[in-house]
Design a protein around this ligand. Structure first.
Ligand code: ASP
Length: 350
């Protein structure tokens, strides 16, 4: 009798749809070239981004149903040059809800490539879960020869569906490569291999529907971060100033007049500040504006009290974050504290 019951159970389980054991992956679409269309198959520039709805993106890759139980949702529809902190907050809230309610095991965000790295780092600091979040997009519109969106979406779902991807921080997956949100940056205006992590390198590859990892994300991320934006409707205002030979202090002065909460100085070399801009930034810091020294060089550490007197001036150094990533972190740091020493600790941890 016992054997009979076991046999019935076995037959029942084998008759369940193959999908039953698959992880649940929620796809949140925000626009970008992956949802873009051109007028001809050879048009790879000057096309219109953020046109196709999420249903069309999913319909173009029916194979993702073999990887996961997939649901799609249109969260925004923008060219990512128009991405805003308001959309970041909406995304973070939606993802946190999807994970805390058990609605999703993993999330894929489709996004324009221009500001993907900023959204990825924001989510890396505000998603309170070790479940996987992957951002993907495309460098060629859906109508182009060799459009890369469909394969990128397939790969992103494969990464999001895989347990080995968990607790690695938010990931960016395009061109078969998996990069970490903190380090990745767009390096080429038009080629599909645009995303790179500079000196620190990529985390892994995805091939044949499986990710392969070589590295972990070491800095504090996702479930371990101190930032909680659940109740936030706005974020502190942080602007970026660019350094170059002979830069006029006019831009720095106008940011001080506009009462920015924080200023990232994308300095030359080791975050060095032009002599005519320095007094403006010292004054801003003394008046309570958070001033962070970063570099326009793209790689390398900013040395505290190296080329500038940071302790004396109350400046903060950006570690190896690019100016645009330093801005994201400062916006969140300022939700916690305005004390430069505490903000410096945050920059050394995240
Ligand atoms: N301008 C587009 C965007 O960022 C570029 C892209 O998606 O590749 O939305």
């Amino acid at each position: 009798m016992k054997n009979y019951a076991l046999a019935v159970l076995f037959v029942f389980i084998s008759c369940l749809p193959a999908q039953a054991g698959l992880p649940k992956v929620l796809i949140l679409a925000t626009g970008g070239t992956i949802a873009g269309t051109g007028t001809t198959a050879t048009q790879t520039a000057g096309y219109k981004a953020a046109v196709l709805p999420v249903e069309s993106l999913l319909a173009a890759v029916p194979q993702i149903k073999e990887l996961a139980l997939v649901a799609g949702e249109q969260l925004a529809q923008v060219d990512s040059k128009n991405m805003t902190p308001a959309i970041w907050l909406k995304l973070a809230a939606r993802i946190n809800k999807a994970f805390s309610s058990g609605e999703a095991d993993g999330v894929v965000v489709t996004h324009g490539t221009d500001t993907m790295e900023e959204t990825a780092y924001f989510l890396n600091l505000t998603v309170k879960s070790s479940n996987t979040v992957v951002l993907t997009g495309a460098m060629r519109p859906s109508t182009a020869l060799s459009a890369d969106g469909a394969m990128n979406l397939y790969n992103a779902v494969a990464v999001a569906a895989e347990r080995a991807s968990e607790n690695r921080g938010v990931l960016v997956c395009l061109n078969d490569q998996i990069n970490g949100a903190r380090e990745v940056t767009k390096t080429n205006t038009s080629t599909p291999d645009t995303f790179r992590s500079g000196d620190t390198g990529l985390l892994g590859y995805v091939q044949g529907g499986k990710p392969v990892y070589y590295k972990a994300t070491v800095r504090v991320h996702t479930a371990q971060t101190a930032f909680d934006v659940l109740a936030a409707t706005t974020l502190p205002r942080v602007e970026i100033l660019y350094g170059y030979a002979g830069v006029s202090p006019a831009a720095a002065e106008s940011l001080v007049a506009a009462k920015a909460d924080g200023i990232i100085y994308a300095g030359v070399g080791n975050g060095s500040i032009y002599e005519e801009v320095l007094p403006v930034l010292k004054k801003a810091s003394a008046a309570g504006t958070a001033v962070v020294r970063a570099s326009r060089a793209g790689n390398g550490l900013i040395t505290r009290n190296g080329e500038e007197a940071d302790d004396l001036n109350g400046f903060i150094t950006a570690d190896n974050l690019t100016p645009q990533k330093a801005r994201v972190l400062l916006m969140l740091a300022l939700t916690k504290t305005r004390n430069p020493a505490e903000i410096q600790e945050i920059f050394l941890s995240y």
